[in-house]
Design a protein around this ligand. Structure first.
Ligand code: UDP
Length: 258
């Protein structure tokens, strides 16, 4: 286990070592393309709050604001694999921007790429990455899994398992998982907790199936929460009832509304 039993901790954190997945799209802010630096600054401040409380934070960043292999420009290309490699390079651009924002906020960081690019990022060496976390450095994982036909959600589940993280945190623009689309259906309610098998059966689009399956096999819970609401990230780490928790506890209620 990465950390001691939470009930014996004195730092007030429910989760100490976490894997935070941020989509590339979230970095758009109100823009149609590229990176909104105000969004990056807010994310960096939120990560700092958690690190200052003793959390070990690893991040996986997406690339959807720049390029996606399966949709957008990628869909017009003749080779899916070729387009996917372009998508992975897009995540590295975001990773560099995120690293810059985290350091500007006063944290020590390491950018780790799943594709060798030694001039700008470390290669992925599992034990070295864990050591960075133990030393309080924020680790940013770029280039996804390093393989086409996967997503950065799957990279998040993979790295979370490899880092012995306690939870995968999916930072989105919404408060969690709802019974319907809260933007079009005013009666839609947020789930506080969902049994993972329900997510798969109901096709709730929390993460893609490969990612959810990997989380299941590793017994990793997932919390979907609003990363754009300042301070929410640290609240999730303290165990406050925000967002939606996807768990693998067969004995618990399968669906709990907030
Ligand atoms: N990608 C890939 N393998 C991976 C991770 C990502 O091929 O392990 C490619 C894929 O084309 C994907 C793009 O990188 O569409 C950007 O990642 P993603 O769409 O997951 O980013 P997000 O939706 O989180 O912004």
């Amino acid at each position: 286990m990465a950390s001691d039993d939470p009930s014996h901790r004195t730092d007030g954190l429910r989760y100490r070592r976490v894997l935070l997945k941020l989509s590339g799209e979230a970095l758009l802010g109100d823009q149609a393309f590229g990176i909104d630096h105000a969004v990056l600054r807010q994310y960096a401040a939120d990560v700092k709050e958690a690190v200052d409380e003793g959390a070990q934070v690893a991040l996986v960043i997406g690339g959807g604001n720049i390029f996606r292999g399966v949709s957008n420009e990628g869909a017009k290309m003749s080779s899916r694999a070729h387009a996917d490699y372009m998508g992975m390079l897009a995540t590295m651009i975001n990773g560099m921007a995120l690293q810059d924002a985290l350091e500007a906020a006063g944290m020590h960081t390491r950018l780790i790429s799943a594709i060798d690019m030694n001039e700008i990022a470390e290669p992925f060496i599992r034990r070295r990455a864990i050591r960075h976390l133990e030393k309080g450095r924020v680790v940013v994982f770029g280039a996804g899994t390093g393989h086409p036909y996967f997503s950065t959600d799957t990279a998040a589940a993979l790295r979370a398992a490899e880092m012995d993280a306690e939870v995968i945190l999916k930072g989105t623009r919404v408060d969690g998982v709802y019974t319907g689309d809260p933007e079009t259906d005013p009666s839609a309610k947020r789930y506080e907790a969902i049994y993972g098998a329900e997510v798969i059966q109901r096709d709730l689009k929390v993460m893609d199936l490969t990612a959810v399956t990997l989380a299941k096999e590793s017994g990793l819970p997932l919390i979907v929460f609003n990363m754009n609401a300042p301070g929410t990230f640290a609240r999730v780490l303290r165990g406050e009832p925000v967002g939606t928790t996807v768990h693998w506890d067969e004995a618990a209620e399968p669906l709990v509304l907030a």
